[in-house]
Design a protein around this ligand. Structure first.
Ligand code: SF4
Length: 419
């Protein structure tokens, strides 16, 4: 969602006459889009803002903190880092070009929620010119016990299908090959009679976009209708990110996730029936309040049974203002959280390695989006399953979709050759 917001703001800034520069040292306006989902993300954002504040050459250079942490901290952020000129929350960040034009040297703090939906009319852009995130909804109504997002992004609001189709058509005209439809919970998308599966079919029917993805799905809402699209729509890429969070029904209930492990497993089975080689990734939290060793083992067991392609794994950290922060004691010692996390990461790493070994010999359709960071002569792209693949080829393949045979694989990356 932050990537999508940054893309929309980029468009708005360029429309107002600003140009991107390669390094912050050269910028007249320095913008940091911040995340608040975990404590660690905020610590990193604060560190980065301190670094960036040292780049303020003069009163003209402007430092802007936007997004979730800006929303949460508001003017207390200026007390931490007085060099900041603008603090704009998740709904106000698109106002930045207008506010810059009115700048009078005084700091501006605006974290009003849900006040302005003008962002909906701005076409997105992205650093990656071939694959772009398109926001379909904002906010979340789920209020999972540990999560700060609904408080920082407000209730769910859905864009009109017509505006989304216009965005995708505009991106196709600019040469974009792939769009990712983004919402905090895409499955609950609803606009009049149009559900999320309807929206995907509209995008397929009414645009020439080659590849479509979506993030993020809530397991309680992923419908049979959506799952069946993986069997019938080849332009829908074979990857679903479905956050399990815990393998224990008791912990899932305490987290207010509103599904149990059996429901989750059923959805996984249906996805694999719809498309046998679908890539599945997940999020997992260890050390949620009261989680016992046995319950942690249930998470490990679920991970081994389901065999995810990949996972984002975290130890629980208290986010002030959430239901869990107000009502549960963070009673699992940090050392235990860390030990559980290391064990889970090691297990998932082995599973990812095994899953990727099965890719060897397969030919994947790859969107080439750049070159390897280590070797500019090696192309980098994404498979249908959203896996990074590296391969050599002397032709200029940037932005093309090419067939690549997988030759070898480690836990995180595939290596191949064009066919
Ligand atoms: S579904 Fe739950 S975890 Fe996801 S954004 Fe909403 S409250 Fe947070």
């Amino acid at each position: 969602m932050n990537l999508a917001d940054s893309g929309i703001l980029s468009t708005a800034m360029e429309a107002a006459g600003y140009q991107p520069v390669p390094e912050p040292e050269k910028a007249g306006v320095i913008i940091l889009n911040t995340c608040s989902v975990r404590e660690k993300a905020e610590v990193r954002a604060l560190g980065r803002l301190r670094e960036l504040s040292r780049l303020k050459r003069d009163q003209e250079t402007c430092l802007c903190a936007i997004g979730c942490m800006a929303q949460r901290m508001g003017d207390t952020l200026i007390k931490e880092i007085p060099a900041i000129d603008f603090i704009l929350g998740t709904e106000r960040l698109f106002e930045l070009p207008r506010l810059l034009a009115q700048r009078n040297g005084l700091p501006v703090v605006d974290t009003e929620l849900g006040a302005d939906l003008s962002w909906a009319e701005l076409p997105p852009s992205s650093d990656n010119a071939f694959s772009v995130h398109v926001t379909i909804s904002r906010g979340c109504n789920n209020y999972c016990a540990y999560c700060i997002v609904p408080y920082l992004r407000g209730p769910e609001r859905h864009r009109l299908p017509k505006a989304i189709i216009e965005d995708v058509n505009h991106l196709v005209e600019k040469g974009v090959t792939e769009v990712t439809l983004v919402g905090q919970n895409v499955n609950s998308y609803e606009s009049g009679e149009v559900s999320f599966p309807d929206l995907i079919q509209l995008v397929i029917r009414e645009t020439d976009i080659q590849r479509i993805r979506f993030i993020t799905s809530h397991p309680k809402d992923i419908s049979g209708e959506l799952i069946s699209l993986f069997a019938t729509e080849p332009r829908l890429m074979g990857h679903v990110h479905l956050a399990l969070q815990s393998g224990s029904d008791r912990i899932l209930e305490k987290m207010f996730r509103r599904y149990n492990i059996l429901h989750f497993q059923n959805r996984i089975d249906q996805l694999r029936q719809a498309r046998s080689d679908i890539a599945l990734t997940t999020d997992l939290i260890v050390g949620f309040p009261t989680e016992t060793e046995e319950e942690f083992e249930m998470t490990l067991e679920a991970v081994r049974r389901i065999h995810f392609d990949g996972a984002y794994m975290f130890r629980y950290s208290v986010r002030s203002g959430t239901w869990a922060a107000k009502n549960l004691i963070d009673d699992i010692p940090e050392a235990d959280k860390l030990r559980r996390l290391k064990k889970l990461i090691a297990s998932q790493k082995e599973i990812s390695f095994e899953v990727n070994q099965e890719e060897i010999g397969r030919v994947r359709s790859v969107l080439v989006d750049g070159t390897s960071r280590r070797d500019q002569n090696v192309w980098k792209g994404k498979t249908e399953g959203n896996k990074t693949i590296l391969f050599r080829n002397d032709d200029d393949l940037l932005g093309q979709v090419v067939p690549v045979r997988v030759l070898r694989a480690d836990s995180w990356t595939l290596h191949g050759e064009t066919v």
